[in-house]
Write a protein that binds this ligand. Structure first.
Ligand code: SF4
Ligand code: SF4
Length: 306
């Protein structure tokens, strides 16, 4: 198996579109894992029909039984996240779910056993068929939930089980450089860094490149939305060269690329200069991938049916 993570640092850099086109180019033995569990768009890029679903349970939630609460305030003192506040009507204390990190300290601190746990579904995991015949693993985190790194790991594990030993898994990484991005890059054989040719795109990609280097992952880069500003194109190239990452190609900014997506096609289907340059850049990435050695699956070597 080979795992290729497509990441950009900045949202809106074109990462999902490039990941979808790369998955199409790589041939039949590939699985697409949409690791952007906060804003999953892989289903749109690949024209997915929603398939099987399973609940994602991130662990128990905590709440205060208002009838049992004496209002002593001990729980609020031990909560390091400021998630326990006095009830507005003065009837003891309450947990603010959005602030609760589920550490369980209040459970132990309460002398009245007024803090209780409850089962809490934090999201859903899906396996869907797509227009291109690429199995898609994707997920949705419930708004306000904060265990996105854990859910990314579940998406990856599921994709690996479906892929089996000989496949390539293309992971669409979330934006940023935080926990869910680390979860989507760790252990990958290659990180395709998509650098948007803009001031914010270059800055965010540079931070991502630092992260990739610290995780000792092999990387290759594509500059996207090139041609709007020559100075920005140059800065993007310089940043990539300084990081010692090979540049696979540059894809120009072209509204036709967006139109192709809205028509349910990847960028490979486009005629003209933009499509040709996208295909050329992605073929260069495919060349890097073909030089990687396959490895055994980490989680479960037996192939699961999508
Ligand atoms: S420690 Fe228990 S009894 Fe005291 S305020 Fe908190 S929930 Fe209520
Ligand atoms: S579980 Fe932890 S974070 Fe949540 S309210 Fe209790 S002490 Fe605070």
């Amino acid at each position: 198996m080979i795992m290729v993570s497509v990441a950009s640092g900045k949202g809106g850099a074109g990462k999902t579109s490039i990941a979808a086109a790369l998955a199409e180019l790589l041939g039949p033995a590939r699985v697409f894992a949409d690791c952007d569990v906060d804003a999953a768009n892989g289903a749109i890029a690949l024209g997915a029909a929603l398939g099987t679903r399973e609940p994602y349970d991130a662990g128990p939630g905590f709440k205060i039984d208002e009838k049992a609460c004496t209002g002593c305030g001990l729980c609020a003192k031990v909560c390091r996240f400021g998630a326990i506040k006095p009830a507005p009507d003065g009837s003891g204390y309450r947990i603010v779910p959005e602030l609760c990190e589920r550490c369980g300290a209040c459970l132990d601190a309460c002398p009245s056993k007024a803090v209780v746990t409850f089962e809490k579904q934090a999201g859903e995991l899906f396996v869907s068929g797509t227009r291109l015949g690429i199995p898609l693993v994707h997920a949705e985190l419930v708004p306000g939930e904060d265990t996105s790194g854990k859910l990314v790991r579940k998406v990856r594990d599921k994709a690996e089980r479906i892929a089996g030993g000989d496949s390539i898994v293309v992971l669409d990484s979330p934006p940023g450089i935080g926990c869910p991005v680390i979860a989507s890059i760790s252990g990958c054989d290659l990180v395709l860094v998509v650098v948007e040719a803009s001031a914010s795109g270059i800055r965010d990609a540079a931070r991502l490149v630092e992260l990739v280097a610290s995780m000792r992952r092999k990387a290759v880069a594509i500059v996207n939305k090139a041609g709007l500003d020559g100075a920005m194109d140059l800065r993007a190239r310089e940043m990539i060269a300084k990081a010692g990452i090979p540049l696979a190609g540059e894809i120009p900014f072209d509204p036709a690329l967006r139109s192709a997506e809205e028509a349910g096609k990847t960028w490979l289907s486009l005629d003209g200069d933009s499509g040709a340059r996208a295909a050329k850049a992605l073929r260069a990435v495919r060349g890097v991938i073909s030089g990687l050695s396959r490895r055994e699956t980490d989680s479960n070597p037996s192939k699961e049916q999508p």
